[in-house]
Design a protein around this ligand. Structure first.
Ligand SMILES: Nc1nc2c(c(=O)[nH]1)N[C@H]1C(S)=C(S)[C@@H](COP(=O)(O)OP(=O)(O)OC[C@H]3O[C@@H](n4cnc5c(=O)[nH]c(N)nc54)[C@H](O)[C@@H]3O)O[C@H]1N2
Ligand SMILES: Nc1nc2c(c(=O)[nH]1)N[C@H]1C(S)=C(S)[C@@H](COP(=O)(O)OP(=O)(O)OC[C@H]3O[C@@H](n4cnc5c(=O)[nH]c(N)nc54)[C@H](O)[C@@H]3O)O[C@H]1N2
Ligand code: SF4
Ligand SMILES: [Mo]
Length: 707
């Protein structure tokens, strides 16, 4: 089949899903161009520009690999590899039961693959044990938004709406490095002096508040909840709340008001370190921007900095409470949103690879949902397993007595990206069989017993759902290398061997049609969409829900009410407990983690691109000169970082933009500089989100830089 040249598609990495075109059919000479689209307006970041290089990376895996008796991964035929996986699954399930096989998915998978993976776990393996890396990413925001607003679509409004805002409160997000082309949508708030960034570092995003563009609040790490409780206190104390909105559109305001009564700003200042007057200034600016007070609108947005916490759900809940008190959600030009991270982080949490979900964002313990989905799958509803364990608990159980003995990994590099990764690596090694689908030998693939090589973004058709809930087309621009198969084919082949009565299609547009039927009537309803309809739309895709083929999609949610039992948003009182780990004599410094512009996630893809590798070749740790001098560490010295999980090494980088009580490390590398070897795997009791962002660390100088 001849394909259009150039091919219009989207970047393989983050949830902004910048539109791009790919010209040419020789993989080593593909020309990547930014394409006009409402979110990126033709712009891309350096990861997008260089993304085609991973297609032809010299160490691309192009044949299945099986570990031999000496522990070496050796090439094998597809037939041998799939037969081995199927046989081992059969033997293990006969011996230990169906839940002895577990599946770990990813928010980078297309909607079609995420759907097929969830269906495979429930119908072929019949195991409850499936979860995915979105648990590390969007789980706290999802839990809070579902509870308070009744539905979880990261941004319940188009990204371009931000442009008209008078004020934006951005908590724990560094969009200047994590989604650079999105900055244009923050320009309006900056011009109006209304961008407020909350981050313990003066990140590239926090620096955008300089020169009168807004304010940067630099709290004690892990105390954002206190900042929000104080802002809520001020809103009520100074009579800034939108009373009509509260009585018409919310329930629970009285409880929340009472719960923040003791968080007067001077008390909050003692905990979070932000001056009481600054807190007042922020509350007043947000209120003045709200439509009820004649402003042009205000937004409150959260990112991983506040969500990846053992009190992540509570913190997002407080952010939503503040938005509700100011009357923002559901009003045009205002709102609350969580900034989704992975390419298909949104769609990935809608189609059933999360332990408690069925397609269409349905709940797996809802009898009606089970009946509907069972019918689409052609199985007995009673055969669909119940909810499984969330990711961190699932990983901790691997290989233990009673825990899973086989793990299949699809789209995650757990050995680098999971919290307390040293323990995760031990758990992976203790399995009877680890199966990894990937296209590069990631740190996790290198631990596998069987590696199955799969297609990459530009070699496959599919759909992705962006951070705004916009369903867009990923298009095939060239054929995959010989020896590589799509994930849909891998799952279909295994299903044919293990449960031939369940049908698994390999054509993405047919899988999409089935997904659309399975989602019909659910919160994330895609039933009005098909590849054909998406292809006939020249530019922009459709925002879900799209419940009928003639439905135009839903760019803005909540305009006429909230999808809760009484149509009102629920305000839920929450309180501050603090991070799971306190500073102590042998770990007196906060360790913060996050991202840099040039690398993506575990780095499995971006560390293979020379231009990006040159930009940031090795693990480093940012520390304030005041802290560094106290510890006797020069810029460039090697330091050892120790937490109760273990020790790692990295190069110190002096930086006066971080608080002197904290150090910051990106998590993009494996091995001895992998910060997740020492992060805390304590989890939020509601969302299961691990405490990635803040733990207690000791820092010591290892070797002086030679000058
Ligand atoms: N370059 C790049 N871009 C990416 C990705 C990538 O790996 N690289 N990944 C994508 C994905 S999956 C995601 S989830 C997003 C994440 O996007 P962001 O949430 O923007 O990224 P992070 O760097 O993880 O965290 C943001 C900020 O949280 C701050 N932080 C740390 N502790 C605290 C705290 O206690 N309170 C507050 N308020 N802030 C704190 C850090 O200093 C950091 O600047 O990025 C997406 N885009
Ligand atoms: N300390 C710390 N740790 C963190 C975070 C943090 O802020 N701090 N952030 C967390 C967050 S938000 C996230 S999202 C996770 C992400 O971390 P990971 O889950 O490790 O995500 P990636 O590095 O994107 O890994 C994706 C892997 O799948 C492969 N892959 C890509 N596309 C496909 C596909 O279609 N099919 C298959 N089978 N494989 C594919 C890639 O080659 C790569 O090896 O990290 C989390 N870890
Ligand atoms: S911002 Fe995200 S989607 Fe856009 S080019 Fe960069 S990585 Fe790709
Ligand atoms: Mo993420």
């Amino acid at each position: 089949m001849s394909r259009p040249d150039p091919t219009n598609t989207h970047c393989p990495y983050c949830a902004l899903q910048c539109a791009m075109s790919l010209a040419g059919d020789d993989v080593s000479e593909l020309e990547v161009k930014g394409r006009d689209f409402p979110t990126n307006n033709g712009g891309m970041c350096q990861k997008g520009w260089t993304s085609a290089a991973v297609l032809s990376t010299p160490d691309r895996i192009t044949s299945p690999l099986i570990k031999d008796a000496d522990g070496e991964l050796r090439s094998a035929s597809w037939g041998a590899a799939l037969d081995l996986v199927a046989a081992q699954i059969r033997v293990t399930q006969e011996k230990y039961g169906e839940d002895s096989v577990a599946v770990f998915g990813g928010g980078g998978l297309t909607n079609e693959k995420a759907y097929a993976l969830g269906k495979f776990a429930r119908t072929v393996l019949r195991t409850p044990n499936i979860d995915y890396n979105g648990r590390f990413c969007m789980a706290s925001a999802a839990a809070a938004v579902n509870r308070s607003l009744g539905i979880d679509r990261g941004l319940p409004f188009p990204l371009t709406d931000l442009g008209g805002a008078q004020a934006i409160l951005l908590l724990g997000s560094n969009v200047a490095e994590t989604m650079p082309p999105s900055l244009r949508h923050f320009a309006g708030a900056r011009e109006r002096g209304g961008l407020v960034v909350v981050d313990p570092r003066r990140s590239a995003t926090a620096a955008l508040t300089e020169d009168g563009a807004g304010m940067h609040l630099q709290p004690v790490p892990g105390t954002d909840l206190v900042v929000l409780l104080a802002l809520l206190h001020i809103v009520w104390a100074e009579n800034l709340a939108d009373r009509d909105y509260l009585s018409d559109r919310t329930s629970g305001a009285g409880d929340v008001r009472r719960s923040v009564a003791t968080w007067w700003p001077e008390r909050a200042e003692q905990v979070c370190g932000i001056a009481a007057d600054e807190l007042r200034q922020v509350a007043r600016a947000l209120a003045a921007a709200s439509a009820s007070r004649g402003g042009t609108g205000a937004y409150i947005l959260t990112g991983r900095g506040v969500e990846q916490s053992t009190q992540g759900t509570a913190t997002v809940t407080a952010a939503i409470n503040l938005a509700l008190a100011l009357g923002l959600p559901g009003r045009q030009g205002s709102g609350y949103g969580a900034i989704t991270g992975q390419g298909n982080g949104q769609g990935g949490r809608e189609h059933g690879q999360k332990s408690d979900q069925l397609p269409g964002y349905r709940k797996i313990d809802d009898p009606l949902a089970r009946a509907h989905v069972a019918k689409v799958w052609g199985v007995d509803p009673a055969s669909i397993p119940g909810p499984g364990k969330p990711a961190v608990q699932l990983l901790q159980d691997l290989g233990t007595s009673g825990g899973p003995k086989i793990l299949m990994v699809h789209g995650s590099n757990l050995a680098v990206s999971a919290p307390n990764a040293g323990n995760v690596i031990d758990r992976l090694r203790s399995l009877d069989m680890l199966v990894v689908c990937d296209f590069v030998p990631s740190e996790t693939a290198l631990l596998a017993d069987v590696v199955l090589p799969v297609t990459q973004w530009a070699e496959e058709e599919g759909t992705m759902t962006s951070l705004e809930g916009r369903v867009i087309r990923r298009r095939k621009a060239l054929d995959p290398p010989e020896g590589v198969r799509s994930e849909l084919e891998v799952l279909a082949e295994l299903a044919a061997r293990l449960a031939p009565s369940v049908s698994f299609d390999t054509d993405p547009s047919v899988v999409f049609d089935e997904l659309a039927r399975a989602s019909a009537g659910g919160p994330a309803d895609y039933s009005g969409l098909s590849h054909e309809r998406l292809d006939s739309e020249p530019v922009s895709g459709y925002y879900w829900p799209v419940p009928r083929p003639d439905h135009p999609g839903t760019p803005r949610l909540f305009q006429d009410g909230f999808p809760t039992t009484d149509g009102k948003a629920r305000m839920v009182a929450v309180d501050h407990v603090g991070p799971n780990e306190d500073l102590r004599a042998d770990a007196p410094i906060y360790l913060l983690t996050g991202r840099v512009l040039s690398h993506y996630q575990s780095g499995a893809q971006t560390r293979r691109i020379s231009e990006l590798n040159r930009a940031e070749p090795a693990p480093y740790v940012e520390m304030h000169p005041l802290l560094a001098i106290r510890l006797g560490v020069d810029d460039g010295d090697a330091v050892r970082l120790t937490t109760s999980r273990g020790s790692i090494e990295a190069v110190a980088r002096w930086n006066d933009k971080i608080r002197p009580d904290s150090v910051f490390m990106p998590f993009h590398w494996g091995g001895s500089g992998s910060v997740n070897q020492i992060t805390n795997d304590a989890t939020d009791p509601i969302s299961g989100m691990p405490e990635f962002k803040v733990c207690a660390v000791d820092v010591q100088c290892l070797a002086k830089v030679s000058r």
